[in-house]
Design a protein around this ligand. Structure first.
Ligand SMILES: O=C(O)CCC(=O)C(=O)O
Length: 289
């Protein structure tokens, strides 16, 4: 069970039954496109524990963390563990921009081979009901304790609204390492894919980024109470896979463990659709998309 108080962007949220509930597991769902689509339509997400090769996921974790300068990882630990030393070397460029390991890593053969796993494209094609392809802007997210940084509550559609027709896109979120809530897992607002955007519009007024209308809120308790819904969580492990629709409200929690939060999120669209042009180039943290 998570601690009694969790944080997102430094803002506390109590781990209580009125604010949190479990994600419904898709383990044991028949490998039948109609059943998978129906579950995705109902819940707005598919939580598929253990469908990826855990060792492969952990090797990817090790390959990434081995790119960091001395002093970043806890002394005497394996890169695969991804344990933060507590200090960031001054030589490290800002996260995800050219020169930072995450920027090179999403362009590396190791990462590209990993996301090219046919399991991902096959699943996306089944769910989208036609041949699907992965958008080249694939994001690596890495947070360490103490940063008080996490993803604000948002819907993906607000970041890719030039896709046509808009709703035919799916996000696959892959924890690259074990990721319980204290390590900064993703949480989903229950049933929020059925909300009209006007229902969460007022929350944007109270956000911590007044110049950016895309995030809904950095305050997860306020969001849950305003919309009368719980945040759904899971104790994610390396090998798990999440799929979500672009209308569902989701966010992430702050990392409070030595183990760092590492994940990849990739998006698939139908190959007969026109993709949002901002998603056609490899990701860089300063690309503004
Ligand atoms: O990993 C995160 O913190 C955010 C990921 C996300 O928003 C997504 O996969 O759509």
């Amino acid at each position: 069970m998570p601690e009694s108080t969790l944080y997102s962007n430094g803002v506390p949220i109590r781990f209580s039954p009125d604010l949190f509930g479990p994600l419904r597991s898709g383990a044991g769902l028949p490998d039948d496109p109609a059943a998978l689509r129906e579950r995705l339509r109902t819940d707005g997400y598919l939580y598929l524990p253990g469908v990826l090769d855990r060792d492969k996921v952990l090797r990817l974790r090790g390959a990434y963390f081995s790119l960091f300068p001395d002093g970043y990882l806890a002394e005497g630990t394996d890169a695969e563990d991804g344990l933060f030393s507590g200090s960031v070397p001054e030589s490290l460029p800002a996260y995800g921009v050219a020169g930072h390991p995450a920027h090179a890593f999403v362009r590396s053969a190791a990462f590209q081979e990993f996301v090219a796993d046919p399991l991902l494209a096959d699943l996306a094609s089944k769910l989208l009901g036609g041949d699907a392809w992965m958008l080249p802007r694939q994001i690596l997210r890495h947070f360490h304790r103490g940063s008080q940084l996490a993803s604000r509550a948002h819907v993906d559609l607000d970041y890719m609204n030039a896709l046509s027709p808009a709703p035919r896109v799916l996000t696959l979120w892959i924890p690259v390492g074990d990721c319980p809530p204290s390590t900064g897992s993703l949480v989903y607002l229950e049933g929020s894919h059925t909300l009209a955007p006007e229902e969460y519009e007022p929350l944007r007024e109270k956000g911590d980024r007044p110049g950016d209308r895309r995030p809904i809120s950095h305050d997860l308790e306020l969001t849950a109470r305003h919309l009368g819904r719980r945040w759904l969580w899971a104790d994610f492990a390396a090998g798990d896979l999440m799929v979500h629709v672009p209308q569902i409200v989701h966010a992430s929690l702050d990392t409070t463990t030595d183990a760092m939060r590492l994940s990849a999120d990739v998006r698939f669209v139908r190959s007969d659709d026109t993709p949002d042009p901002r998603w056609l180039a490899p990701w860089s943290a300063d690309d503004g998309a």
